[in-house]
Write a protein that binds this ligand. Structure first.
Ligand code: HEC
Ligand code: HEC
Ligand code: HEC
Ligand code: HEC
Length: 440
């Protein structure tokens, strides 16, 4: 190939890549029409709902960013509430009264298609991750002491353990993991390239600088030991040499000697939770996790069989599990915590909530004594506007209200809330509610 045809084919390959997203996104004509109509109507909203979040800060009127990015249904229901005067702000009651159903739907489609609230740093974050000189500089400036304080404030340790080693086999260890790798993962969770029900909330308030601090804190601990694996096992051969016949290089060529990780974005595998290693490899295999820029792990996990992936998880997995004595936190040894199903289901909440009497609020409020309490009234906790408002209007935490809230918080209070976790299983909700009662 001469230089000119090379350049041409590079250009056409590039333009294919650029066009691909357009081509694979099914364009739903009706939606697109509604969106355009909504965009036109929204011109009426920008007078009051400023597009400049800072300028809007003192008016009490939520800025555009704050009414953007909700799901359609929530937006629609909220606007309806102004029509029925269930919400009685006179300015909005007038606006909503002038809109018919088709217009409301169009506005819901349009506003839900916009990026949600965020400060300036967060807006930058919404771009797909790319190593840039600024990010590299920020990554290097991470401070473990600040990270430690942040981890406590947000409640990362509730799930990942105080020093990055958790008791729960589904929660990845962070101790000794590469800082640059962790920063990228946190960014990906926030940006949406990597999805996890567990990680969506904790990252909402993080800027790149905070991510760097958290990463520095967890990276400052020792990596766990791997299990000793029989010499010459299939897994060991795969780790060291790979498999030429299937065009596989050894895992450690990327993941570092003994799987301790490499500079920039290649994570340590040694001493990671076995169950997590397996579940995340399976996620790469099925495409559920696809934040590896170059698709390396997609190729690798699709080439290996499920059984081989299990062998790799066994090979790198933390030395002392499963069956290692599990440390039980003081909260859980409480004499009243006999309700095992509830206790287990509570595992989904404890990262963000304490139920200890007088315990510190984490990213969510302390839930000790929640039954019979008005919503949004735990001391020293900063609630979302909507939940605080509901509390003011007389919402009290009864069993039925808690059930509906846990099933879908946003839907239940008809607006944005800081708690996004939904508990879909009715059985789990019942178990949690009965467990919570023991702490009242
Ligand atoms: C005259 C000023 C004004 C106009 C015009 C206006 N709004 Fe509002 N909007 C407000 C005020 C004030 C609030 C706060 C109401 C409250 O706290 O209950 C609000 C609240 C809202 C909320 C609820 C936010 C929340 O957090 O619950 C939504 C949604 C909303 N407006 C959408 C719109 C849309 C869509 C338009 C254009 C069709 C619009 N607004 C036009 C003043 C206005
Ligand atoms: C409610 C439990 C929970 C909380 C709170 C939580 N995490 Fe996680 N975290 C998880 C789970 C579960 C995963 C694995 C997600 C997956 O399977 O993709 C994870 C994954 C991660 C990863 C990627 C690990 C890897 O090896 O790829 C990092 C980094 C991380 N969390 C850091 C944090 C930080 C920092 C905080 C606090 C700001 C935090 N997490 C709060 C449960 C939690
Ligand atoms: C060509 C380089 C390369 C090779 C070879 C490779 N990996 Fe990876 N691996 C990566 C990169 C890069 C990531 C991180 C991707 C991202 O940004 O999320 C990763 C991520 C992973 C993760 C997720 C770790 C975590 O904490 O979430 C696992 C597990 C993993 N690799 C296992 C393996 C195994 C097992 C092999 C060998 C069979 C292997 N890898 C071979 C580059 C490689
Ligand atoms: C990732 C963090 C997170 C997880 C996990 C989580 N919550 Fe929350 N929770 C919050 C936040 C944040 C709030 C405050 C909501 C607001 O201000 O809108 C909250 C609020 C609440 C409230 C209202 C308290 C009050 O004072 O009005 C209850 C009840 C609650 N959560 C129960 C639970 C239960 C039960 C679980 C487990 C199924 C759970 N939460 C899981 C973060 C979380």
């Amino acid at each position: 190939m001469n230089r000119k045809t090379q350049t041409l084919s590079a250009i056409s390959a590039l333009s294919c890549l650029l066009l691909l997203p357009l081509w694979i996104t099914p364009v739903r004509a009706a939606d697109e029409q509604a969106r355009e109509y909504g965009e036109y109507l929204a011109g009426e909203c920008t007078g009051c709902h400023s597009t400049n979040a800072k300028a809007a800060a003192n008016t009490g009127i939520p800025p555009m960013a704050d009414i953007s990015g909700w799901d359609r249904e929530t937006f629609f229901v909220t606007m309806r509430a102004f029509q029925t005067k269930e919400r009685d702000n006179p300015a909005m009651v007038n606006v909503a009264a002038a809109l018919d159903e088709e217009q409301l739907k169009a506005l819901s489609v349009y506003f839900s298609s916009l990026k949600p609230a965020g400060d300036a740093a967060e807006t930058v974050l919404l771009e797909p991750f790319k190593w840039s000189p600024e990010i590299i500089k920020t990554a290097k400036s991470g401070d473990p002491a600040r990270g430690r304080a942040l981890a406590e404030e947000i409640g990362c340790s509730g799930c990942h353990g105080e020093k990055g080693r958790s008791e729960d086999p589904a929660m990845p260890n962070l101790a000794g993991q590469g800082a640059a790798y962790m920063l990228k993962q946190l960014y990906d969770f926030k940006q949406g390239a990597r999805q996890s029900d567990f990680m969506a909330d904790p990252v909402t308030t993080l800027t790149v600088a905070k991510m760097a601090d958290l990463a520095a804190w967890y990276a400052s601990h020792d990596l766990g030991a791997a299990r000793s694996s029989a010499k010459g096992s299939a897994a060991e051969i795969m780790a060291l040499k790979g498999d030429k016949a299937r065009l596989m290089i050894g895992c450690n060529i990327c993941h570092g000697v003994e799987g301790v990780g490499r500079a920039v974005e290649v994570p340590a595998l040694r001493g990671q939770k076995r169950d997590y290693l397996l579940s995340t490899m399976l996620a790469f295999k099925t495409g559920k996790r696809r934040n590896d820029h170059y698709g390396r792990m997609k190729f690798i996990t699709q080439t290996l069989s499920k059984q081989e992936l299990e062998q790799m998880a066994d090979y790198y997995g933390e030395a002392n599990e499963p069956g290692a004595p599990v440390k039980v936190s003081a909260q859980m040894t409480s004499a009243r915590a006999a309700n095992t199903a509830g206790k287990k289901a509570w595992g989904k909440c404890k990262g963000c909530h304490t139920i200890k009497k007088g315990g510190r609020n984490k990213s969510g409020p302390n839930l000790f004594g929640i039954f019979g309490k008005p919503a949004g009234k735990v001391a020293k906790y900063r609630y979302s506007k909507q939940l605080a408002r509901k509390g003011g209007q007389g919402l009290v935490w009864s069993e039925a209200n808690l059930d509906a809230w846990l099933e879908n918080p946003k839907k239940f209070i008809g607006g944005r809330t800081k708690m996004s976790r939904k508990t879909k299983s009715a059985k789990d909700r019942a178990a949690i509610i009965s467990y919570l009662k023991e702490f009242n």
